[in-house]
Design a protein around this ligand. Sequence first.
Ligand code: T4K
Length: 382
Amino acid sequence: MKKIKQKGLGMDDRKIFVTQPALPPLVEFIPYLEQIWDSKTLTNNGPYHQQLEKALCEYLGVPFLSLFCNGTIALMTALKALRIQGEVITTPYSFVCTSHSLLWNDLQPVFVDVDPITLNLDPRRIEEAITPQTSAIMPVHCYGLPANTIEIQRIADVYGLKVIYDAAHAFGVKQNGESILNAGDLSVLSLHATKVFNTFEGGAIVCKDEKTKQRIDYLKNFGFANEVTVMAPGINGKMSELNAAFGLLQLKYVDQAIEKRHRIQALYRELLANVPGIEHMAVPESVEWNGAYFPVFVTGHYPISRDALYARLQEHGVNGRRYFFPLISSMPMYRGLPSAAPRRLPHAHKAAEQVLCLPIYPDLPLEDVARVCVIIDEASRG
Ligand code: T4K
């Protein structure tokens, strides 16, 4: 612990956010802007949009990808694209928009508990939640750590269900050398300012064949198949040229950004290793993770509660976040559902009470990581 103190000593109480976007040098963005000004193409599948779709397919190792204005509209469109109906099995332990995307499609979320270790949808609980109305499963790769894609697919194949991954946190994540975005029928990314790779606001759907991409592209452009044919009640989910150009520039720096995240999470693991009651999530050896978040469990062996630690950090200007508290299933629009009963979701409830996400972002100074660890260590002494 002496080591923690040395690294953390001398730091002031500057604010530390849970995340901050890494931005490329501004001067490098100017030529992109000049190009947009010259072409006057601002949106509707412009050249930067097309280039970014291609570049992301290559970078991520996925066959087809359709860009969106944000991850939420992408999720809503993904459900429409596959004509999902009735009930969808999903996790209560996520950002609200996972379930909101279902309600916006008049679908009924059916909550299934999470695995207590991975905090991802527990496949052992999925089959008992399937009814004749079930048409899909929507798991989340929570914190960028892969859901059990093999077991989920096995169940989906037996029952003839579609699988749409909310992969908002999973940019660049691989398992056994392959992108986890290739699991299931569709995967949906968020490219929001707070994510590992951002286009200010943005999102994307990854799919497996050209026909599906075509349908998704029609749906995100009001349903227009051509000037006079509207094939479905589509939406405006398009990404602008400004966002796409920024994405192209960001892509040059994303490996560097992920590398910095790894240095930060390694330091957290080292400095918090001997703090009693603070546990963190293991990354399986088969997984190339992106360091999207750094969640810790504040367990019963820690002298104060997760909320007390959250408040203590706030007093020192450190904004940890309780992702994901409250649980989606506890929110007013969901808590009346039979599957939302707390006794059915014990692990999700425990995680919502114990998990605190510590600051992690590429430009976070290692001294600040040490400062956060000093506060956590000192609080552990009462
Ligand atoms: N599915 C999942 C599983 C998701 O987690 C999300 C989004 C989605 C779907 C939907 O994707 P999008 O439609 O958003 O593309 C944030 C984000 O707004 C949200 O995108 C994200 N998940 C969620 C987990 O976190 P808040 O309410 O925590 O954001 P906010 O504004 O408090 O930002 C957190 C910190 O980040 C701030 O304290 C400072 C920093 N920040 C934030 C922004 C927006 C900056 O430094 N600059 C910025 O521009 O929801």
